[in-house]
Design a protein around this ligand. Structure first.
Ligand code: UDP
Length: 354
């Protein structure tokens, strides 16, 4: 089977490409950069096309026609970018992704579309804690693909343009599915993390995710900043568990036909403050150089850190019953092992060992 992986050069794309090649598929990867694909580039069944998907010289229809399955990972997926360039986020995450979906419709190709757990927005407890007997009960923040409503913030909080673009795209795919014109599978990742995630902000311009900020502070000095007190909670999923789930969707087209899947390790929930503390503890135990001071934890407001228009998702726990029953999938890495691997990668990289 031939797979077209659009956005293969990113963090998730590079790990997924390696896994698909190991599973025996031929993969054509498309991306603007290939620096995370060093292993895949050596593989005889891998072809890399360096292009921006928006570059009309790239013949998208021909690439889709030549594949049996299209996996679309193209996205701007870092909250910092939703604040800095909301229109660009909409253009890539909706307009360009729609073009890919419509090409799959035209050529009758199966599509695995990466979406986001951000589409669920805020939890019920996040907007109405005062009305709940026990707002901390995980059931108020556990999201189910078929049942949960999607609660976005107001338009003025432009963080939500990302989630809105992704959720509209999902609705378009669903509508094509209803008309019997598209065989799709939608993936909603819950904070995948692992080697090669993002970059260290001291080494590259931009606003990566929290893990990279904390890692940078631990490695290079500075403070681990908790936005709005670090009360927000996330469930972190090891990238190896995540790609194992996607590989099952690839291998079982019948089970995954026109389905949406939450992909996340529900047991790995942690507050951002808890994440800072655990990373500090792991760093001190495993990676700290003799005499190296340990980064301090401090607080900052969302507006100071991101600018106007920032809003947050308070808590999100995936219901993974569907991935369990249809794909036989179960995440294996706990939070500590997940962080160990991601942190170990950055430590080795900065010390010239990776
Ligand atoms: N955050 C933080 N300190 C940082 C960067 C982010 O406290 O240096 C917070 C951010 O406000 C959010 C959480 O960490 O509540 C996770 O943000 P991230 O950018 O990793 O992505 P998200 O999980 O929101 O997609």
């Amino acid at each position: 089977m031939k797979i077209l992986a659009l956005g293969a050069g990113g963090f998730i794309g590079s790990h997924l490409t390696e896994r698909l090649l190991r599973d025996g598929y031929a993969v054509t990867g498309v991306d603007t950069h290939s620096d995370k694909l060093t292993d895949a580039l050596k593989h005889p069944s891998f072809t890399f096309v360096a292009t921006d998907i928006a570059d009309r010289r790239f013949d998208l229809d021909a690439a889709v026609r030549a594949a049996d399955l299209v996996i679309d990972l193209i996205a701007y997926a870092n909250p910092g970018l939703y604040i800095r360039m909301p229109l660009e986020v909409f253009r890539l995450n909706f307009t360009e992704n729609l073009r890919i979906a419509e090409s799959c419709v035209r050529h009758g190709r199966r599509l695995i579309q990466f979406s986001s757990c951000e589409v669920y927005g805020k939890s019920v407890a996040g907007i109405a804690a005062g009305d709940l007997a026990d707002p901390d009960d995980p059931k108020h923040a556990t999201f189910n693909e078929e049942e949960s409503p999607m609660i976005m913030g107001p338009v003025g909080k432009h963080r939500w343009i990302y989630a809105s673009a992704k959720s509209l795209l999902e609705r378009v795919l669903h509508a094509y599915g209803l008309e019997g014109r598209l065989d799709y599978t939608i993936v909603r990742p819950f904070n995948f993390i692992g080697p090669r995630i993002d970059y260290l902000p001291s080494q590259q311009d931009g606003i990566p995710r929290v893990f990279s900020y904390f890692m940078d502070a631990l490695l290079n000095g500075g403070r681990m900043l908790l936005v709005d007190g670090g009360r927000q909670r996330r469930t972190y999923t090891h990238i190896a568990d995540a790609v194992d789930c996607i590989a099952r969707m690839v291998a079982r087209p019948g089970a995954a036909h026109n389905q949406i899947f939450n992909v996340g390790a529900r047991g790995n929930e942690v507050s951002i403050r808890g994440l800072a503390e655990l990373m500090r503890e792991i760093y001190a135990a495993r990676f700290r150089l003799p005499g190296q001071p340990l980064a301090e934890i401090a607080e900052v407001s969302g507006r100071e850190f991101y600018g106007e228009g920032y809003d947050d998702s308070d808590r999100r726990i995936p219901d993974i019953a569907k991935a369990r029953s249809l794909l036989g999938w179960e995440p294996r890495y706990d939070l500590r092992a997940t962080l160990d691997d991601a942190m170990g990668y950055y430590v080795a990289m900065t010390r010239g060992q990776a």
